[in-house]
Design a protein around this ligand. Structure first.
Ligand code: C5P
Length: 297
């Protein structure tokens, strides 16, 4: 018997970052939006814990105990006195190390899949607590849709979204390390007074009313200067998408994937085509939001 769970990528439509906390993390006002690019995680009983991965970027995915899917299986098994003897297969379509929470998505999906395989009877709250231990973005991968994440991003409040939004994502060559980007944020803001992060009322309003033009005006990412500082060529990608008619462009999370909000499906195709021919990115993908969270298929 196997269980397969499909799980979405995310884009941060607002990422407000506070000063570093004593534990090294940063308090956030993190507005997550799940987008329709998916990984599929399948778990099958096995003699021991094993992780495999398929897809165009599979070679970049670690298959050892640092993989969040493996860590999720171990965390759930420990809590329920079960041996984590499971083969986890990740069919990867979310850009790797790209700021789209692909690793977090696999963690949430593996947790849900193992929970079903082992019939642990864990409550939703218990699963969310394990997600929060695994990483700041993992709880959102479980719930999907749209949510405001506070604390280090793990404390979620659902957000209403009034319409479908269309996106193009430009996939960069190579990844960016999330801790390195936060470190660069600290360096760039060292001599400034970093304000308490707060969700933008205009942004929440744009999501609620489904107004793409208003959302475009309200998009923001405090990590963008840090990502651009570490990877200056991302400015060319942002400019190429904007020139092709995107309503707005920003770095997705800690990058280096860049996100382009567009008016409709036709504009998405046009912007993706222009990005591909611009030579400023490795690939361009179109997707719609919001998307449902981790779901058994
Ligand atoms: O929570 P997660 O393991 O995904 O975080 C990865 C790294 O990103 C952390 O080790 C930390 O350097 C940085 N981070 C942060 N503040 C947050 C979330 C992540 O500094 N709120």
């Amino acid at each position: 018997m196997s269980v397969t769970v499909r799980v979405p990528a995310k884009v941060n439509v607002q990422l407000a970052v506070g000063a570093p906390r004593p534990d090294g993390f940063h308090d956030l006002a993190n507005v997550f939006l799940a987008v329709g690019l998916y990984d599929e995680v399948t778990v099958t009983p096995a003699d021991g814990l094993r992780v495999t991965c398929s897809g165009p970027d599979a070679a970049q995915v670690p298959l050892d105990a640092t993989n969040l899917a493996a860590r999720a299986a171990i965390a759930l098994a420990e809590r329920h006195g079960i041996a984590p003897d499971v083969h986890i297969h990740i069919a990867k379509d979310i850009p790797v190390a790209g700021g789209m929470a692909g690793g977090s998505a696999d963690g949430a999906a593996a947790l849900l899949a193992c929970d079903a395989l082992w019939s642990t009877g864990a409550t939703r709250d218990e699963l969310l607590a394990i997600c929060a231990e695994l990483g700041s973005d993992v709880p959102f991968s479980l719930v999907g849709g749209a949510a405001l994440g506070t604390g280090r991003g793990e404390r979620l409040t659902p957000i209403e979204v009034g319409s479908t939004f269309h996106w193009v994502f430009a996939v960069a060559d190579g990844g960016l390390s999330t801790p390195a980007v936060y470190g660069e944020f600290d360096r760039l803001t060292a001599d400034t007074d970093v304000p308490e992060p707060e969700a933008s009322p205009a942004l929440l309003d744009a999501l609620r009313t489904g107004d793409a033009t208003a959302l475009a005006a309200a998009l923001s990412n405090d990590l963008q200067p840090a990502a651009l500082s570490l990877r200056p060529s991302l400015a060319d990608t942002l400019a190429a998408g904007t020139a092709a008619g995107a309503l707005a462009a920003l770095v997705s999370g800690s990058g280096p994937t860049t996100a382009f909000l567009v008016a409709d499906e036709e504009s998405a195709r046009k912007v993706a085509e222009a990005l591909l021919t611009s030579g400023t990115c490795r690939n361009a993908r179109t997707a719609v939001s919001p998307a449902p969270g981790a779901t058994a298929v």
